[in-house]
Design a protein. Structure first.
Length: 229
C-alpha cells in the first residue's frame, strides 16, 4: 500500500471516529446551520439499536422479478464490496411489501465488518439480525420475501433516502433520532459545526445541572446555537 493510500485511510478513519462521537441531533443542527438537508426521519432501528456511521455503499431496487438471465441476489454485490467503516444504503421505494434485506445478508455483512444497513423500505429476519448484533435501520418490517417481488437495479449509484440523495462515498450516520447524509465534500464543515454545537449543548446541560432556570438556559443559548460565527 502506498504512503498516499495509507494517509487517506488514516484520515478517513479519523473522520469516521469524529462522526461516531456525535449525536444525530447535533449533526442535523449543523446541517441546518450550513444550509444543507437536515436529518432524514422515519427510519426505525429494527435490530441492534445503536448509533452507526460510515461511508455509503448504495443499492437501488425496483419492482418486479429480475430480468431473464440475472440470478444474483439483491444486495450481495454491496456486501462483497464492503468492509469496516462502510454502511450499506438501500433504496426500496416501490411501495411493495417486500424485504430489501434479510438475515443471511446481515450475517455476511457482519462477517465483512460492515457497520450497518440503512433501508428506505422494509427489512425482514429482524430477530436474526438482533441475535447477531448487526444494526439495521429501516422504514418498517415484513416477513415477505423479495423473490419475484423486487430486484436489484444497480449497485454504487445515487439513491434516495427520505428527502436526501445518497451518492456512493458520502458519509452517513444514524441513531434512534434520525439519519444524516453528508456529502463527502462537506464533511469537514459539518464536523466542525457539529462539534461546536455539541460543546454549546454540554455547557447548557452543565448550567441546568448547576441550577440555572431552564428558561434562561434555553433562551440565552439555544435560540442562538445555529447562528453562524
Amino acid at each position: 500500500m502506498s504512503d498516499a493510500v495509507k494517509s487517506d485511510a488514516v484520515s478517513d478513519d479519523a473522520i469516521i471516529a469524529r462522526l461516531r462521537a456525535l449525536d444525530i441531533c447535533d449533526l442535523s443542527d449543523a446541517m441546518d446551520a450550513l444550509g444543507l438537508d437536515p436529518a432524514v426521519t422515519g427510519l426505525v432501528a429494527t435490530s441492534a439499536a445503536r448509533p452507526v456511521a460510515g461511508r455509503a455503499i448504495t443499492v437501488q431496487l425496483a419492482a418486479g422479478p429480475a430480468p431473464a438471465g440475472v440470478n444474483r441476489h439483491l444486495c450481495t454485490a454491496a456486501v462483497e464490496a464492503g468492509g469496516p467503516n462502510d454502511v450499506i444504503v438501500v433504496e426500496q421505494r416501490t411501495g411493495l411489501d417486500a424485504a430489501a434485506w434479510g438475515g443471511i445478508l446481515s450475517r455476511a455483512a457482519l462477517k465483512q465488518g460492515i457497520a450497518a444497513t440503512l433501508i428506505d423500505g422494509p427489512a425482514r429476519d429482524v430477530e436474526e439480525a438482533n441475535r447477531l448484533g448487526y444494526p439495521v435501520y429501516a422504514r418498517n418490517t415484513t416477513a415477505r420475501t423479495a423473490r419475484s417481488r423486487i430486484h436489484e437495479v444497480a449497485c454504487q449509484v445515487p439513491v434516495r433516502l427520505g428527502d436526501a440523495t445518497v451518492t456512493p462515498g458520502d458519509y452517513v450516520a444514524a441513531d434512534r433520532s434520525g439519519c444524516v447524509v453528508i456529502p463527502a465534500a462537506r464533511i469537514a464543515d459539518v464536523l466542525a459545526k457539529a462539534e461546536d454545537i455539541l460543546a454549546k449543548s454540554d455547557d447548557m446541560a452543565a448550567a441546568v445541572e448547576a441550577g440555572m432556570p431552564v428558561s434562561q438556559v434555553m433562551g440565552g443559548a439555544y435560540e442562538h446555537m445555529l447562528t453562524k460565527k
